[in-house]
Design a binder for this molecule. Sequence first.
Ligand code: AP5
Length: 207
Amino acid sequence: MKLIMLGPPGSGKGTQAAMLKDKLGIPAISTGSILRSEIAAGTDIGLKADGYISRGELVPDDIILDIIERRFKQPDCEKGYILDGFPRTIAQAQALKERAEIDAVVVLNIRDDVIIKRMSGRRICKKCDAAYHIESKPTKKEGVCDLCDGAIYIRADDVPETVKNRLDTYHKLTEPLLDFYNDKLRKVENYNGIDAVFNDILETLGV
Ligand code: AP5
């Protein structure tokens, strides 16, 4: 199965993609997560992407398409994948269309004011990029990732001003994808708890 998780920043794409990955046995590919690893490793891609991410802007399409092309060549993608945070522009969606037939696009609906509240409580693992929340999904041990024992931190782009820019960017450049994928959309409200939303996704996908 080839799935896209679409929705504004902080709408729960990464949280749900990680759960779907375990359920479906296919990789979850997060371009944001790959970019953060490149930045941490100080690679050329990381150096180029850093400024865009800290301003809440999109990284240029050519960098993203290069990352995706390399990731798709890895053997774990043969049975399918869950794309989290890609595509984000019409140009990226067109490039993907030439490369793969997508089965469904899960859209997580959530209001901007709820997102801003959720982002302020989000915590991330420095090592594996797993997302937590101080209220709705706390780590079992404070400051330590449940999955890999990595240290927990607050993402640099989760500061309120950058979150606002990310939301503006989403509405302007990514929302048009709702029309692009009109016939494949599976809309899910993301106001309930994480497990309830996961069940809604499974139901809409029929898995
Ligand atoms: P990326 O890392 O993809 O960020 P994003 O799309 O802004 O999404 P987030 O990771 O912020 O949120 P999410 O939807 O995964 O929500 P989460 O599950 O964490 O990208 C970062 C940057 O990289 C971009 O701004 C851009 O610059 C660049 N980039 C990446 N891909 C690109 C591309 N294709 N093209 C160009 N540039 C690109 O959940 C959020 C919080 O809410 C968590 O704390 C979670 O625990 C909590 N939560 C989730 N669901 C629920 C629930 N149901 N109830 C209560 N709490 C919940």
